[in-house]
Ligand binder design. Sequence first.
Ligand SMILES: [Zn+2]
Length: 237
Amino acid sequence: MKEMESLFTVQEEDTVLRQLQHRKENLPEAELVANIENQLVKLAERKNLLSAQHLETVQRQKRLEQEVEAVESRISELDGKLYGGMITSPKEATSLEVEIQHLRERQNELEEKVLELMEEVEPQEREIVEIDDENHKAQNELEVAHEALQVVTAELEETLKDAQQRRKEAATETEDELLKHYENLRGAFGSSVVVQFDGNNCKGCPSTMPAVEADRLKQIPEGSYSNCQECGRIVAR
Ligand SMILES: [Zn+2]
């Protein structure tokens, strides 16, 4: 009797262990940590891309500003020439005026482009600040989520250890051969390797037992067991 009881305990604890293991592998706390880590990776990628774009825009802006400066200094050079009293022919003066006019047009074009780029830079910088904020927030969330995961994992490990201990104790109280037999059948029957005979039927059988098999099981002494010829499970009397 005790023998079968301990085997039932082994089976119960195996079921508990399997459920705990499943819980451990599917912790929502672990999923949350993974989600936040994933979010952080995406934020970093987005920031890298944006920073590169921002850098490029700023560099283009700088190059244009240098060009504006060059044009400006060329204009003032020509202005100096034009009004410096060095020009003798009206033709030369006209040609200088035309060149200055072209340069002013070029300057306006360049300055417009600089303004356009400045308008591009602004939202880029705003978004980079937003990403930094989001990143900071996610880092804090990650810390909290990590702690929660650690707490729940430690609790679960404790529960697992207790169940393992109870299983071990029940296993030592079970006859070796019966235990081995039980373990060989676990793959096939999971949490119902060993079942009770209810007086007429094996509880593992899906339908009513044939009378011959039921009679055979009735002959077995109580507290003992046999293999069900119908479903293959261990039937306890
Ligand atoms: Zn059966």
